[in-house]
Design a protein around this ligand. Structure first.
Ligand code: AKB
Length: 313
């Protein structure tokens, strides 16, 4: 049976990936790697504290459990990355290097996500292709693009099986995202359901690519199960689901909660959002491993409202 280590198991994506992998591989075969040492989220065993900057720690866990696959979800997102570029550089790039080095030593397969943040102001904004001008201006985007190049280097040089996608903003109802530019698209639901006015830090017309969590999880499982001989790109696959503006999201939520109010007060995150694409072309992922999303904007909003209402009681 495959043994998997999920680094960042208490984060937005890891929290939902662990149960899915545990269903596939058996609970005892999926190790939840959490950070920091003290967390307030409940993670079932097996679990291990993992700091990607501590290569010996990563190696000791991989050795202890005889890990076959590492899902490296540790990251400092775009907004926090602009507040602390040094930490973003270390976590997003040195962390990736450490994981790749351990994987090289033990022949471990790796999943590592990149982001639409690799694109910058000089990239075509609509239907952004897989291969295009890539000149990111945020530390997050710079580390994600460097991480793609580094990962592909390990694929070519060491024949290491490293795979990954470029995710858009991920919307989810379970664990909250933290420190991203697209976080508003999750936060807004909590305000709407709690009957509170929401102040959005992006302009109402700022369109960004987004994806609902079930499709993000699907992209991981589908790519990791894809026939290796069919893959050419391996890392940084564009994957797309839908795009919307804050105003469009406000209007869609108002169909269910008509009294909901939103005001728009753009802050430093506006500049980050302005440097990113509006829509993404994911034809390479579709061709190489059959990617296609299941959720559309309207079904996502309905499901988010239902799940978060239930959660908040
Ligand atoms: C962020 O906003 O930083 C992330 C991303 C698009 O990668 N959600």
């Amino acid at each position: 049976m495959t043994r998997a280590l999920v680094i960042g198991a208490n984060g937005q994506i890891g929290f939902e990936l662990v149960p899915v992998l545990r269903k596939l591989y058996g609970s005892e075969n999926v190790i939840a790697g959490y950070y920091p040492e003290k967390i307030d989220i409940k993670l079932e065993a097996p679990r291990e504290y993992i700091d990607v900057l501590n290569v010996d720690l990563v190696e000791s866990v991989v050795k202890k459990y005889d890990v076959d696959e590492i899902y490296n979800l540790a990251a400092i997102l775009s907004a926090t990355g602009e507040k602390n570029p040094q930490l973003a550089f270390k976590t997003n790039l040195l962390g990736v290097f450490n994981v790749l080095e351990v994987a090289r030593k033990y022949g471990t397969r790796v999943f590592w996500p990149s982001s639409i943040a690799v694109f910058g102001p000089t990239t075509p904004k609509y239907s952004t292709p897989q291969h295009t001008i890539i000149e990111p201006t945020t530390m997050y985007g710079i580390t994600k693009y460097a991480g793609e190049l580094l990962s592909r280097y390990y694929v070519n040089k060491y024949d290491l099986d490293v795979r990954g996608v470029r995710w858009p903003g991920i919307i989810s109802s379970e664990a909250l995202p933290g420190g991203g530019t697209t976080d508003y698209a999750v936060e807004i639901f909590y305000y709407a359901i709690e009957g509170k006015k929401y102040t959005c830090y992006l302009h109402e017309d700022t369109m960004l690519p987004m994806m609902y969590m079930p499709d993000a999880i699907k992209s991981i499982i589908q790519l990791m199960n894809a026939d290796k001989s069919k893959l050419e790109t391996f890392v940084g696959y564009n994957v797309s689901a839908f795009s919307f503006t804050p105003k469009q999201l406000e209007k869609e939520i108002k169909k269910y909660i008509p009294e909901f109010q939103v005001e728009y007060k753009p802050d430093y995150r506006q500049q980050i959002a302005d440097s990113w694409p509006r829509t993404i072309d994911d034809c390479v992922a579709r061709k190489e491993w059959g990617w296609s999303p299941e959720w559309v904007f309207e079904s996502m909003v309905k499901d988010m409202l239902m799940k978060i209402s239930k959660k908040l009681g």
